[in-house]
Every structure is written in C-alpha cells, then in structure tokens.
Design a protein around this ligand. Structure first.
Ligand code: IPE
Ligand code: IPE
Ligand code: MG
Length: 240
C-alpha cells in the first residue's frame, strides 16, 4: 500500500487549550480563542494539502454554555469574523462546510453566517470540513432515538429494522450530512486525555492521539507528524 492509501480518511480534532495558552501568554481568554481560530485555519489547509477527505473540529460543546456570557459571546463573535474573512478562500479551495450540532440555538448573527457558509459551499466536493458547534454526543444520541421513535410510532419501521446503520444514520453525521464515515483518528491537544462528549458513537474504533501542545501552538507540521504516526498503527477492529 502507498502512504497515500494508508492516510486516515477522516480526522477529528478536539481543539483544546486556548484558555491556558492565553494565560501563558498573559492575554485575555478571547485572544486565546482568536489565536485558536488562526491555528484552525492552518490545519484546514494542511489537511487539504495532505489529501484528507474529512476533517471535523470540535469548536463548541453543549457543555461550553456553562462559561461566562462574555466568553461564549466572544467565541461566537470570532466565528462570525472567521466566516467573513475565510469563506471566499474556503469556497475557492472547493471545501464543503458542514455543521454538527444544533446551530439554531446559537446567537442569530452567528447562525446567519453559518447558513451563508453552508449555502456557499454546498456544491463543493473537496475537503469535507465539519464544525461541531453546540455539539454534544449524548444530546445527539437522544435526538437520534427520538427520531427513530417517531418513525416507529408512525408505523414506518418495526423493531427488527432498528439496526446499527439506522442509528448511525439518525446522528448528525448520518443522512442529514451525507453519511460522514467514522473518524479514523481523533486528536486532542493540550495534554487532556478525554473525549469530553465528542462523537461517542462514531469513535468506537477510532485511533486516539494526544499532544501536550496547546491548540494555538499546534502547528501543521505537528499535525502531519501525527498523521504519519497513525499510518504505522495496526487497527484490528476486534479481529486478530
Ligand atoms: C478550547 O479551549 C476551546 C473551547 C472549548 C471553546 P479552552 O477554552 O477549553 O481552553 P482551556 O482548556 O481552558 O485551556
Ligand atoms: C472540549 O473542550 C470541547 C471543545 C474543544 C470545543 P473542553 O475544554 O470544553 O473540555 P473539558 O471541560 O476540559 O472536558
Ligand atoms: Mg478546555
């Protein structure tokens, strides 16, 4: 197999450590999130250059609402700024943007710029870039169960038809987003080694990789190195 064929098809990233980066650099947390956006921009470019088909980033969790109003508002404000400055280039590079999570519950201006990004890039077939935004895996599973219940109550499906495929199809990564394959590799920065409610169903057999780098310090070269390390791993999926 060539190195290219061994590449992960889907890489998911838990972008963590913006706050600690801000503290380390004696700037505001918001400045940390801004630095995080700049890091994300570079990772998207490198993923594209490497030929990775799917890149998913965890940008805001359903639990992140616990943070101060200022921080939450600031994060969504940065998102609007990012879309405004980057959408044209993303589109030019044939990147397709998707959202995993309930973005109808985020501030209106942010939801509007998300709508614009989705619409502008809807026909692109290059890098499939998903942003997990107001995303929580348990919430996603509950939502899927409800959808399936509704179908059962309407008599559209029977118990026998409830399969892994059906459940997977009802998740954010399912039918509504063109059936995104499960992540092959999940990277988390900042030295924390936990999943924090990210893609619990989809990560069943993902390879996990951790780095102490804080997200704004995470470079495309380190990202690429983690991808090459991944290609040396032996995935067994329960077989021998
Ligand atoms: C990740 O950085 C970004 C979000 C969760 C929105 P953090 O803000 O969690 O940074 P730390 O973990 O406090 O350093
Ligand atoms: C996970 O980071 C969520 C995102 C990166 C968006 P957190 O910083 O919220 O996770 P915990 O609280 O450390 O588990
Ligand atoms: Mg954190």
């Amino acid at each position: 197999m060539t190195e290219k064929e061994l590449l992960p098809c889907h890489v998911a990233v838990i972008m963590d450590g913006n706050g600690r980066w801000a503290q380390k650099n004696k700037v505001s947390r918001l400045a940390g999130h801004n630095a995080g956006m700049l890091a994300m921009k570079e990772i998207i470019k490198r993923a594209d250059v490497l030929g990775i088909k799917y890149l998913t980033v965890y940008a805001f969790s359903t639990e992140n609402w616990k943070r101060s109003k200022e921080e939450v508002g600031g994060i969504f404000g940065l998102l609007v700024k990012y879309v405004a400055s980057e959408l044209e280039e993303l589109d030019r590079n044939n990147v397709k943007v998707r959202i995993l999570g309930d973005y109808t519950k985020i501030p209106k201006t942010a939801a509007a710029s998300i709508e614009k990004a989705l619409k502008t890039t809807q026909d692109n077939d290059g890098l499939q870039f998903s942003i997990a935004l107001n995303y929580g895996s348990r919430q996603e599973i509950v939502r899927a169960v409800k959808k399936i219940c509704q179908k059962a109550e309407a008599g559209e499906i029977s118990e026998d038809e409830i399969t892994e495929e059906l459940v997977a199809g009802a998740l954010y990564t399912g039918e509504e987003n063109g059936n995104i394959p499960d992540p092959d590799l999940v990277i988390r920065t900042s030295g924390e080694e936990r999943i924090s409610n990210f893609l619990l169903w989809q990560c069943a057999y993902s390879e996990l990789a951790f780095t102490d780098s804080l997200w704004p310090d995470f470079t495309p070269d380190e990202f690429e190195e983690m991808i090459w390390q991944y290609t040396k791993r032996n995935r067994r999926f329960g077989g021998r």
